[in-house]
Design a protein around this ligand. Structure first.
Ligand SMILES: Cc1cc2nc3c(=O)[nH]c(=O)nc-3n(C[C@H](O)[C@H](O)[C@H](O)COP(=O)(O)O)c2cc1C
Length: 202
């Protein structure tokens, strides 16, 4: 073993039409940075060439979008289609992937958005990291302030009231997104260190 510390590089590629999902993206960033990752926060509707290169150079990419009409937003779908350029060359093969979404309703068909992200990751040959939390708010003593209060497994899910602005994003959803960011950073560190150990052993 070389003994070198492997700092994971995590990018968050997200869209937010009205700012709510941006708060969740920032929480994922904060969690990943907390766990020692170098983090790039990238708005997919404004992505430039330098940011595409940041994605190519990342060990992990976290996909994020509001749920619009039961799936990721149109802006996110445009980005996903543009990733086909990476697909042709297997550019993102074996990177770590994860995802988060936010919507107006408690369910709001958010699972479909997370599963769409999983499919996108699979098409690129990426390795999906799930939320890794038990569901909260599902017992007589549970509360809406529980981590994973909406009970998702595939990724982080948030719910923002339709009549409130981004400053009202639920604290439990922010904490859940921070957890996802930490987990992605930790799991990515294991993957990066494992790969380096294999090279060292060869
Ligand atoms: C075009 C559109 C479609 C929407 N579709 C859904 C939906 O399918 N399910 C849901 O629960 N909320 C839906 N919403 C509500 C948004 O998901 C919610 O307002 C969310 O907080 C917006 O996030 P943003 O501020 O990051 O854009 C929709 C909102 C818009 C504008």
């Amino acid at each position: 073993m070389s003994g070198i510390t492997h700092t994971p590089v995590v990018s968050i590629a997200y869209h937010s039409g009205y700012g709510h999902t941006a708060v969740i993206a920032e929480a994922v960033r904060s969690g990943a940075a907390d766990a020692g990752a170098t983090v790039h926060l990238i708005k997919v509707d404004e992505i430039d060439d330098a940011q595409w290169e940041l994605l190519d150079g990342s060990d992990a990419i976290v996909f994020g979008s509001p749920t619009y009409m039961g799936t990721a937003s149109g802006a996110f779908h445009l980005f996903a289609e543009a990733t086909s350029k990476r697909w042709f060359g297997d550019a993102w093969q074996d990177k770590v992937a994860a995802g988060f979404t936010n919507s107006g309703s408690k369910s709001g068909d958010k699972l479909n958005t997370l599963q769409y992200f999983q499919t996108l990751a699979a098409q690129h040959g990426m390795s999906w990291v799930n939320l890794g939390l038990k569901p909260g708010w599902n017992t007589s003593t549970g509360s809406e302030n529980d981590l994973n209060r909406l009970g998702f497994f595939a990724g982080a899910a948030a719910q923002s009231n339709a009549d409130e602005g981004a400053d009202a994003v639920h604290k439990a959803d922010i904490a859940t997104a921070e957890h996802l960011g930490r987990r992605v950073a930790e799991q990515t560190r294991i993957v990066v260190a494992g790969r380096a150990a294999l090279v060292d052993a060869a």
